[in-house]
Design a protein around this ligand. Structure first.
Ligand SMILES: Cc1cc2nc3c(=O)[nH]c(=O)nc-3n(C[C@H](O)[C@H](O)[C@H](O)COP(=O)(O)OP(=O)(O)OC[C@H]3O[C@@H](n4cnc5c(N)ncnc54)[C@H](O)[C@@H]3O)c2cc1C
Length: 381
């Protein structure tokens, strides 16, 4: 029997587990292949929903499902905290002593937010990168009576690169809907000399910020936040006072990546950007936020990567060489208000060209959010 172990029950791990099961249906049914998925809590978090929770477009409970409900019944769910991958012995070591041997390992352990890496962040900034903080921000906006809001990014790379743009535009609309936009200022800081990393997106987004009266501070690399003085200071020397600060925390890869000797200094796993194999490891594939590939850390990236990983895992199980390439496809909507959006679609060779924002693009995102659980996570199409 061959064992395929998938590490991580988020967007990437769940969809790739269900797809591998489908691709190897016969082998799984006859017991020639066993698929196991290990996840810390066995709860699947749909993180794109957190921004929707802030603006009351989704309820908190709509962002979470029991992982067991999403996996095909033939996939074994193991709940536990991975301590280490012993790639020399082909096994995953789980806290408490359990070990999962594998023939092929797929790592989809995502990224970890580290607000504590920026002085003053925990006490001084709001965030929406986990559910509890998204709910706190929703309450803070509910109580907001006007003043200066600063949106800031406290470290790169971070997941969902368009999220700071989205929260800025949604805020603008929200403040208008509350009748307090004229009593408020919105300031946007970004660590590079433009408002987004890709020129064809940065230009229209900067124009839109101009139309919406958003003040831009770039480049601005966060040095520290002073919660008592209510200021945020950049390493470039500028200090901006705020009444409400919304910041994206620094990110790193999972701790076990470092302790297993699989990662770089940020615990991101060096990964072949086409075959999605961990560099130097024949039988380990990586997808989603966990890779070091310089491409958007996004659910859609993980979803497209899952196609290539599925084919490559199935090939290896059948004794063939893995040859299916991930070509760098990404598709992300960008909310440009409370009920309008545009989108970016690109790959390694073709940059995105976001269309004019519209209600129709927003509605497509709403439909995607609702069908996510069946179409993407359960891989039903
Ligand atoms: C506010 C917000 C908005 C976003 N909006 C969008 C969007 O609109 N579109 C988009 O495409 N993407 C969006 N994203 C990004 C998207 O959610 C992530 O890129 C995506 O979840 C990455 O998938 P993943 O499978 O790599 O990791 P995750 O979905 O984070 O899953 C990782 C899993 O691994 C488990 N795990 C980690 N370490 C261990 C361990 N040691 N032991 C056991 N289990 C472990 C975790 O518990 C988790 O279940 C957004 C993210 C946020 C925070």
């Amino acid at each position: 029997m061959k064992r395929v172990v998938i590490l991580g029950g988020g967007i990437g791990g769940t969809t790739v587990a269900n797809r591998i099961r489908k691709a190897l249906e016969g082998e799984v049914a006859t017991g020639q292949v066993q698929i196991q998925l290990i996840d810390r809590e066995g709860i699947h978090a749909y993180q794109p929903g957190y921004l929707m929770v802030v603006f009351e477009k989704m309820r908190p409970e709509e962002t979470r499902r029991d992982e067991a409900q999403l996996l095909h019944k033939s996939i074994q769910l193991v709940k536990g905290e991975v301590e280490k991958v012993d790639s020399a012995a082909n096994k995953v070591v789980v806290k408490g002593g359990k070990e999962l041997p594998y023939d092929i390992l797929v790592i989809a352990s995502g990224s970890v937010i580290h607000p504590e890496l920026t002085p003053g962040f925990v006490e001084g900034a709001h965030s929406f990168y986990d559910l509890a903080n998204a709910q706190k921000l929703r309450a803070a906006l509910h109580d907001f009576k006007g003043g200066k809001i600063v949106v800031s990014v406290a470290g790169m790379p971070y997941k969902c690169p368009v999220a700071p743009l989205e929260v800025t535009f949604m805020l603008d609309d929200f403040l208008r809907s509350q009748g307090i936009r004229d009593k408020s200022e919105i300031h946007y800081t970004y660590p590079i000399p433009k408002v987004f990393g890709i020129d064809t997106v940065a230009q229209p987004m900067q124009r839109l910020m101009g139309e919406r009266g958003v003040t831009i501070h770039v480049p601005f690399n966060v040095d520290k936040i002073d919660p008592a003085a209510k200021t945020i200071k950049g390493v470039e020397g500028e200090t901006i006072p705020y009444d409400l600060l919304i910041a994206i925390p620094p990110h790193r890869g999972a701790d076990f990546v470092g302790t297993s000797g699989l990662g770089d200094k940020g615990n991101w796993i060096p990964t072949d950007r086409y075959l999605l194999r961990a560099e130097g490891k024949e039988n380990i594939f990586v997808l989603g936020d966990a890779t070091n590939i310089p491409i958007s850390k996004a659910g859609s990236t993980a979803d497209y990567e899952a196609e290539a990983v599925t084919h490559n895992v199935a090939s290896m199980i059948r004794g063939e060489a893995p040859t299916t390439r991930y070509e760098g496809r990404v598709y992300c909507w960008i909310m440009t208000g409370l009920a309008q959006a545009t989108y970016i679609k690109f790959d390694y060779l073709h940059p995105p060209h976001p269309p004019t924002p519209s209600f129709a693009h927003y509605w497509n995102k709403v439909i995607y959010n609702r069908t996510y659980w069946d179409l993407t996570a359960r891989a039903l199409f």
